[in-house]
Design a protein around this ligand. Structure first.
Ligand code: SF4
Length: 182
């Protein structure tokens, strides 16, 4: 089966890599996709699975921000990080993860290669090498990535996880090229 034009190579990406419109207010760096990262993936002929944006699905596009509050990007990230630890957020993340794990299992079952997953460093939700709490980035996974990694591990599936940041396109290109070539 599947002996057609498809590459049988799959990369999973955080939602906002392809759609910066989903970002928390004041944090979009591009009108649409993170251009350099997306072009690198398109040129590699891999299938791209755009994972859902858990923050948007749990807190809405405005992340339930108080427009009258005197907040900074850092304090908003901290507030969102706190909210994404709520039980309902965890339940949502688990159900989103279950859909992703099912897709990953299907591709693996049929001989496809899961090249890796690209998240967003510094995000409390989709961080890979770094996440966010108490107004600063710190080492560790975001809550969604942590849930996904655990669920994959429970099925003995191990995929490469790499993180990029929209404000550092050269690092993003290098990171993605490294993922694609190793
Ligand atoms: S990092 Fe994750 S939660 Fe944050 S905007 Fe991107 S996809 Fe949504």
């Amino acid at each position: 089966m599947f002996q057609d034009k498809r590459s049988k190579k799959i990369v999973l990406v955080a939602h906002c890599i392809l759609n910066q419109n989903s970002k928390i207010d004041a944090c979009a760096y591009y009108p649409g996709a993170i251009l350099e990262a997306t072009k690198t993936l398109l040129n590699a002929d891999v299938g791209i699975i755009q994972m859902p944006c858990p923050e948007l699905l749990y807190l809405g596009l405005d992340r339930e921000a108080d427009p009258t509050a005197n907040c900074t990007i850092e304090s908003e990230d901290t507030r969102v990080a706190f909210r994404m630890k709520e039980e309902q957020a965890k339940t949502l993340c688990q159900s989103l993860v279950d859909c992703i794990v099912y897709q990953v299992e299907e591709y693996i079952k049929h001989g496809f290669q899961i090249v890796g997953l690209i998240g967003i460093n510094g995000s409390p939700t989709c961080g890979i090498e770094t996440t966010w709490a108490d107004d600063h980035a710190l080492d560790g996974r975001g809550v969604f990535i942590d849930t996904l990694e655990q669920s994959l591990k429970n099925k003995s599936i191990f995929i490469k996880l790499v993180g990029i940041r929209a404000k550092d396109p050269q690092h993003a290109i290098a990171t993605i090229e490294n993922l694609l070539n190793n």
